[in-house]
Design a protein around this ligand. Structure first.
Ligand code: GLN
Length: 446
């Protein structure tokens, strides 16, 4: 956490639900009066000349931006330990002071909310970076539909997956949306109104999410949540999202590929860190030392992986193949939901009266967000391969690949297989643009 900012002169309507709310902002979202470092040596002193649209919208609505939060460098990580400023430490009860993972990459935002330092926080979620920390820290983490919140002024990691997400204590972090009101209205008409009946949601349990790595505590929380929903009169159906097992490999080809291209601009010429070795280079075209010193090891690994996936010899087998898998993951979701995918509808149908048009049977999908409750930081650090951390994202990347909205809601199932009563994040997913139903379901879970 850095400075506390004065309330913006631009703040207007005192009737806004955000007026006077204290908001923390992940440090890859540009602010003009605070640095935007992306937790990288590369951008240690960087102050953006312009402000992200989401920050501007919040300020206009009267929010107070309390500071910037620590994260995994450029959003790459699952435990917020890959930061030039040191690791984020998750919240622990006084009786168990062992440091735990806050989740990543928006770990700082999740901790700020969990510790009551702010009313809500902005994060970014490319493959789970809002939902995983929310799950570990026991707060609500919302990844909107892809494209729902503006990314102008948000430092790109993987453009086709990046979303701005919101972390809050409860289900209503007051979406500071920048989507045009007209598109919002059309989406609402086409989706939510069409096919769901609040009294009884059709809830799908994707069998492929029941992976062997799920800890007993998480499996129990999932079962208990489904039972509770059933007893409240909702319908529970097992469903199949058959390409789920391939999502993780697809994501870890596509995200680094896009990252390798996005991060090419950090060469120390226009802005950011520049190594002395490069400055003294006689032929001045070298930037290898700058990039070596400016980026942490994990970011360099992603750049190498991505550049390889895009190279002529590997492109067909990796990048193109991963894109095909992504399309299949998307169709899995379309095949599951009653609601049609608005993005895939023909232009004239988008304006037609709402109707059920999807191929599937459910309004909502319910699954855990993470394999376990927050692990000890010492266990995370003891992992032999950095790839071990990638596995943590197995339950969050499918929604990212499909672009559908997802929210992680904490449940506390004490006793039984979760003797310590640690929070466990339950993930609710709905069709693209169907945030209305998403929040209905999230509210029931709380
Ligand atoms: N852990 C994932 C990664 O490292 C997701 C990160 C994110 O959503 N920004 O890529």
């Amino acid at each position: 956490m850095v400075l506390v900012q004065k309330k913006s002169e631009h703040s207007s309507s005192s009737s806004s639900s955000i007026d006077g709310r204290i908001i923390a902002v992940k440090d890859n979202i540009c602010t003009t009066d605070l640095p935007t470092t992306c937790a990288s040596e590369m951008l240690r002193d960087y102050v953006s000349p312009y402000e992200a649209t989401v920050v501007q919208n919040l300020k206009r609505a009267g929010a107070i931006i309390m500071g910037k939060t620590n994260m995994d460098e450029f959003g790459m990580g699952s435990h917020s330990i890959y930061s030039a400023f040191g690791a984020v430490v998750g919240p622990s009860p006084p009786e168990d002071p062992q440091p735990r993972s806050a989740g990543g990459s928006s770990g700082g935002s999740a901790v700020a909310v969990a510790m009551g330092m702010c009313d809500a926080a902005l994060g970014t979620d490319t493959g789970g970076s809002v939902r995983l920390p929310a799950s570990y820290c026991g707060v609500v983490g919302f990844k909107p539909s892809y494209g729902m919140l503006s990314r102008l002024g948000v430092v790109a990691y993987a453009n086709s997956l990046d979303t701005v997400g919101i972390l809050g204590k409860d289900h209503d972090p007051r979406d500071p949306t920048s989507l045009s009101p007209e598109t919002r209205k059309r989406l609402r008409e086409n989706l939510s109104k069409s096919s769901y009946n609040k009294a009884s949601l059709r809830i799908g349990i994707p069998t492929e999410y029941n992976v062997t790595e799920l800890t007993p505590a998480v499996r129990e929380a999932w079962e208990t949540t489904a039972q509770t929903l059933l007893s409240l009169g909702h319908r529970i159906t097992p469903i199949s999202l058959p390409h789920t097992p391939h999502s993780l490999s697809s994501y870890y080809v596509l995200a680094p590929a896009e990252a390798s291209s996005n991060l090419a601009k950090y060469d120390g010429v226009r802005y950011g860190h520049r190594s002395a070795a490069d400055r003294s280079s006689p032929d001045n075209i070298l930037f290898a030392p700058t990039r070596h010193d400016g980026f942490g090891a994990e970011v360099r690994r992603r750049i190498l992986m991505g550049a390889y996936a895009l190279s002529s010899e590997a492109k067909e087998n990796y990048f193109i193949q991963a894109q095909r898998v992504r399309a299949l993951v998307q169709s899995d979701f379309d095949a599951a939901f009653v609601q049609p995918n608005w993005l895939k509808m023909r232009h004239k149908d988008k304006r037609a009266p709402p109707r059920d048009g999807g191929q599937g049977r459910v309004d909502v999908i319910l699954a855990p967000c993470a394999l376990s409750a927050a692990p000890l930081l010492s266990d995370v650090r003891a992992q032999r391969s950095p790839l071990d951390a990638y596995v943590n994202d197995v339950l969050t990347v499918p929604a990212s690949l499909a672009g559908v909205p997802a929210v992680s809601v904490p449940v506390w199932v004490e006793g039984g297989r979760n003797p310590e009563g640690r929070p466990i994040g339950m993930q609710v997913m709905t069709q693209f643009g169907d945030e209305g139903v998403l929040w209905e379901a999230a509210k029931i879970l709380e």
